[in-house]
Structure formats: C-alpha cells, structure tokens
Design a protein around this ligand. Sequence first.
Ligand SMILES: Cc1ncc(COP(=O)(O)O)c(C=O)c1O
Length: 407
Amino acid sequence: MSSIYRYSALASRMQPSPIRELFQMIRQPGMISFAGGLPDPSAFPVGPVADCAEVLARDGRRVLQYGASEGYPPLRDCLIEMMSDRLGYEVPPDQLLVTSGSQQGVNLAARVLLDPGDVVIVEAPTYPGTIHSLRNAGARFATIPCDADGMQVDLLPEIVENVETATGLRPKLIYTVPDFSNPSGACMSLERRRLLVAFAAELEIPVFEDDPYGKLRYTGEAFPNLKHIAGGAPQVIYASSFSKVLAPGVRVAWTVATPDLVRAMVLMRQGEDLCTSTVTQALVAEYCRRGHLESHMDKILDVYSGKCAAMQRALVQHLPSGAAHWTEPEGGFFFWLELAKGSSHELFDRAIAEKVAFVPGGAFYPDNDEQIGEVHTGDRFARLCFTFADEESIDEGCRRLGRVLGG
Ligand SMILES: Cc1ncc(COP(=O)(O)O)c(C=O)c1O
C-alpha cells in the first residue's frame, strides 16, 4: 500500500498479532470461540466495581489528576501487602512499578535491557505478546522446549553455550511463564524452579517471571514463585496483573525489580504513557481495600474449575480416540492439544467452516528465521481457551472439533 509517510525500519519490521487478526475471522454469528485468552465477562464483578467509583466522589481531585509514573500510592500499598504474601518478603517501595497491563512491564523491560541483535531465551511455546515486544526491541530468540512440567531447564546451559558459539553473545534475558503457561497450561515443577533460579545466578542471566495466572489454580498444590525461591534476589524480575483475576479493561498490572531497573523503566515510560490511568488504579485500589478481591477469586476459581473440567470431559467424549494428546491443566486458561497428524493451521480453516475457533500453535513461536540454534515450531499444536465460553458451548465446540478431526 502506498503512503505519503516514510516509515521507520521498526515499523516496517512489525507483524500483526496473529491472535488479534484471528478475532476478525471469528466474529461470525454462531461461532464458538476457544481462541481469545479472555476471562468470562459474566463473572466480572460489575456491581462492586461500579460501587468503588465512589472513590471519585471522595478523592476526585487527586484521582482525575496525572499520577506518579511509579503508580497511585493507595494501590502501591495494596500491592506491597499482596506481594509480601506471594514473594515471601516485603517489597521495598522503590522495587515496585505499576504498569498499564503486564504487557507494558515486559515491553519496558525489553526496551531498557536489550539492544538490537541481543538474544533472549524464551520457552517454546510462549506468549505471543512477549514475542512481539521483544521483536520490537530488535531481539533474536533462542527457544527452550517445554513439557508437562514446563521449561526443560536442564537444557539451559547447553543452549546458552550454543548461542555464545553462534553469535559471540551471552543471552541477555530468559523469559518464562512458570505458572499455567500461555499457551501450554503447564506449570513448572519445583525442582525445575530451583534449578532455573540457580542457573540464572550462575550464568548471570536475569529471568523475567511473567505471572498473570499463578493465583488461578483449580487442583493440586501451588509451587513458590521463582522470585520467592530466589529470596527476592535481583536475578528474577517479577510481573503480575489484574487482567485475569479482575478485568483486563482496567489495564492495571505491576512489576517487581531492582530499584535501578524500576528507575530505567520509569524513565522509558515517561516518553510514552507517563503513568497508568489514575482512575482505574484508584478503582482497583478501592476494590482491594474493601476486601472484594478475595471473594471474587473464590467465585472465579469455582467458575473456571467447572469450565476446565467441562472441557476435559468434552474433549475425551468428542475427539476421535488418538486424534490428539493433551495434559489436563491444573489452572490458568488453556488446553494445549498436540495433533497426532496434520497441521493445526489447516485444521483451523476447517474448524472455522464448522464454526469453532482456536489458535493454531504457530502463533506461539518466534519465526523460524528469528530463532538461533534448534528451531521449534508449533504446527502440530492448538490452543483452546476454556474460560470464555459457557459450559454448554464448550461441549458443543468440542463436538464440532471432534467432527473436524474425524473428517
Ligand atoms: C503470559 C501473559 N503475559 C502477559 C499478558 C498480558 O496481560 P495484561 O493484560 O496484564 O497486559 C498475557 C495476556 O494474555 C499473558 O497471557
């Protein structure tokens, strides 16, 4: 397309988010979507959040003003309290940054830590929003395979060595979603968590622990966060978000990092959004202050565990035997199906014709030519989100998928 503008090299390199593009295709009447990683909107606590807007009447002159780049103080107080429970130590205020979604946390960290050509180790598969941010920062990727216990951490030293041989560079960062990975739903075992924290210290490569799903565990026992295992040590950067446990529309999340990294991220954001919306931070702070988050968590754990079980039942019942393999997730939002044969991309076109949507696995891997060393691709995999559709639609959607797989 011709344009009067002369775009930057970065803009010319940018690629559309594969998932956001899918949304256009699946907006058809009668479509059952397992595609977007969306919370159930019928579970949003609309009434209590609306009541919390009372904070505008009480403190409107502050709430409607620009806020500090580090975050709105009452929300920061709630987060520090929440984090001491989760991370096992009291996070000093200069180690906390409120961000506009954890997507911004990843993006700011990428932009202050990476120079074009730097290498980041990501899980294969991984969250495409992070691939996007890292790509924008000019990163190249080394991928580390995952199984039902998450990242195969024991391969890390060899991968680091291979990257060094191929590029002359030590990887700058390791990115992981240890709890209920998007897309694989896998949870990293305790042994691997300990090993990863130890390797990160030994190899002097920081780990970005992205944790939007950790509190959404439906069965089994929780493992400590990497940042907790590291005793708060600087080699683990921790990020989490209200998007999956409250509502993504508030765009409120946070990062815990060293004071110098927080400061660098603050300076970077001062060139973009200045601060996270003070209005939504105040709403979230009020929501937490009134003690609503705990009861809401109980509610969504109940709803989502029911949906997770419903998808497990429906897949077992409707998919032709042996057509796909998967591990039932213990939490989070996703099932990750490995097809016994064929490509999930090709399956996607047939599924859309049957009015059921999922995300083909390729979306969760960097492009082949961006990967250094062994190249991993997702052609045989499909991500199914179970939190958005109702249980009846989950059953019907899996029935349709079964027809497509059997046809
Ligand atoms: C692993 C992971 N990280 C980050 C995000 C972005 O979350 P937020 O809405 O907080 O920007 C998502 C959203 O799906 C995600 O799955």
